[in-house]
Ligand binder design. Structure first.
Ligand code: NDP
Length: 314
């Protein structure tokens, strides 16, 4: 059946959106990340249900990267299929990002921060997603062996070529970030947003000055792995479910589930209950209360999880 988006999806815009730094862009305070659960190994119908639920509830921002999957590239292929089957009429209502910076293809040109890699990677991403342009293109990590001007000028040229409307930086240390902000501003391609890991267990952007810098310069901040990949939820209160990320022992290892950690999660759950929130909502609301934070970039392996997370907005 043809997808028709819920006509009520923008009914509560005041609550849903936040301005991204000092830009013209409003982003949903809860955005959907497609690192896990949208790859070629995942059931397409489930990915489809989650993205429909997102868009039907005003989540306009979908975050990807060249190597999301698995296999690499397949989350973008899923997005391409969704575009053709469902979302094409809504393209101008969507804010789609992708990135390059980590390993993507073999040989010397499929990783890090060279112009060669970034340009080729974005062209590949656009083909996979069946898009003419992305709204936002990120340098996914800082490359200490490529002149920083080369990486940044590639971002500028990507915008000038019409392949991305805005540029972002992810995982860069503070000092190169400061340089990037100035370089891009002087070339009239202002840095829209910084994407960094921020959650109750990992406060580096808060403690290391990134949030301060974003606030000072009017750069948006979007927090990835806001639930510490599922740790800061009820997912692991009674062991490790077979279908959980931790059961895969890859990106989230069972060694993190120490007795101390379990205590921490239980305490968080109790604080949440007292405040009328679920554990996940409690963790997300902590992030949304930090300065400079525009959005939390959640993952979800089911519609129920996404629904739970979205309710953090009240
Ligand atoms: P989260 O911290 O939100 O973890 C998502 C996982 O947590 C889900 O897959 C699910 O685990 C579990 N979960 C989510 N909501 C609930 C809930 N309400 N109750 C119980 N369990 C829940 O984020 P991710 O680590 O997935 O990262 C989010 C996005 O951030 C990525 O998709 C990507 O877009 C971006 N990102 C960017 C990075 C970068 O370098 N720039 C790095 C990492 C992520 P389960 O699958 O076990 O059900």
């Amino acid at each position: 059946m043809r997808y028709v988006a819920d006509i009520e999806r923008y009914a509560d815009s005041e609550r849903l959106y936040a301005r991204c730094g000092r830009s013209g862009v409003l982003l949903p305070k809860v955005s959907l990340g497609m690192w896990h659960n949208f790859g070629g190994v995942n059931p397409y119908e489930r990915s489809r249900d989650i993205t429909h639920y997102a868009f039907d509830h005003g989540i306009t921002h979908f975050d990807l990267a060249n190597n999301y999957g698995p296999p690499y590239g397949s989350a973008e292929l899923t997005m391409g299929k969704l575009m053709d089957e469902d979302f094409r009429p809504y393209r101008d209502e969507m804010f789609i990002s992708t990135k390059a910076g980590y390993d993507m293809w073999e040989g010397p040109y499929g990783n890090w921060g060279s112009r060669k890699y970034l340009m080729a990677s974005l062209d590949q991403s656009l083909k996979r997603m069946r898009l003419d342009y992305v709204d936002l293109f990120y340098s996914h990590r800082y490359d200490p062996n490529t002149p920083v001007e080369e990486t940044l000028q590639a971002l500028v040229d990507i915008v000038h070529a019409g392949k991305a409307l805005y540029v972002g930086i992810s995982n860069w240390p503070l000092e190169p970030l400061k340089y990037a902000e100035e370089y891009l501003r002087e070339r009239d391609v202002p840095l829209l947003i910084y994407q960094g890991r921020l959650n109750m267990l990992d406060r580096e952007p808060l403690e290391g000055g990134i949030l301060d810098f974003c606030e000072e310069k009017g750069i948006g901040f979007i927090a990835y792995s806001p639930l510490a990949q599922g740790l800061l939820t009820d997912r692991y209160l009674n062991g490790i479910p077979a279908d959980s990320r931790m059961a895969q022992e890859k990106f989230l290892r069972s060694s993190r589930l120490t007795p101390d950690m379990l205590q921490y999660i239980k305490r968080l759950r109790e604080e949440g209950l007292a405040a009328g929130r679920t554990t996940a909502q409690q963790a997300l609301s902590w992030i949304l209360g930090q300065k400079a934070v525009t959005s939390v970039l959640v993952g979800a392996s089911s519609v129920e999880q996404l629904a739970d997370n979205l309710k953090v907005l009240g």
